[in-house]
Design a protein around this ligand. Structure first.
Ligand SMILES: CC(C)(COP(=O)(O)OP(=O)(O)OC[C@H]1O[C@@H](n2cnc3c(N)ncnc32)[C@H](O)[C@@H]1OP(=O)(O)O)[C@@H](O)C(=O)NCCC(=O)NCCS
Length: 158
């Protein structure tokens, strides 16, 4: 699959174990940008833990991934997590789109849109009952354009 923008061409592919360091770097950048992680708290133990968690996910059948690649550079990522819900007539499996991130200099060219689409296709292929995501308010447009609609989700926060 190729990007449609005239300014850039990229391709999408699933992540492999050899991408581990690049995926961790993208995740750290994303967490910093979202204000979840302070740059001065980034240290080797944290990087190691994130690496181990991604290593485990990459070998899990309940995980799907899509990387946007421009030449040798990984410019974006998106992931899908499958989880079992209570028994339901159609399917008891839920898919969640998560970890959508595009490097700053490659934004607004449709990279995230294509990443999200590819994860949705992968999750649909697993016959999930529903596909959810938890957008930050500013990114809601990206996801409504990708076919997501607001649904009820309450979060416990005490
Ligand atoms: C959000 C993010 C993934 C968007 O990546 P991108 O490749 O620039 O997105 P796209 O080019 O595919 O944009 C798709 C649509 O969403 C809109 N959009 C993208 N980023 C947006 C933002 N921050 N605020 C509002 N709208 C946005 C675009 O205008 C575009 O609309 P269009 O179809 O009318 O052109 C990227 O800005 C990012 O990585 N941000 C930091 C991490 C983050 O916040 N992740 C999301 C967690 S929910």
């Amino acid at each position: 699959m190729n990007g449609s923008s005239a300014q850039t061409t990229f391709s999408l592919r699933p992540a492999a174990l050899t991408d581990l360091a690049a995926i961790v770097a993208l995740r750290v950048s994303s967490l910093v940008e979202m204000g979840i992680l302070e740059t001065d708290t980034i240290n080797q133990p944290l990087m190691d833990r994130l690496g181990e968690e991604f290593r485990s996910l990459l070998s899990s059948v309940q995980f799907v991934s899509s990387l946007a690649v421009d030449g040798d550079n990984i410019i974006g990522c998106a992931f899908g997590l499958l989880s079992n819900r209570l028994p339901y007539p159609i399917s008891s499996v839920q898919g969640e789109v998560a970890g959508v991130y595009v490097v700053p200099n490659m934004r607004m060219r449709g990279v995230a849109s294509q990443l999200v689409r590819s994860i949705v296709i992968e999750l649909q292929a697993r016959e999930v009952r529903e596909i959810i995501l938890r957008p930050r308010r500013a990114e809601a447009l990206l996801y409504t354009r990708a076919g997501f609609r607001t649904a009820h989700l309450m979060k416990f926060s005490q």
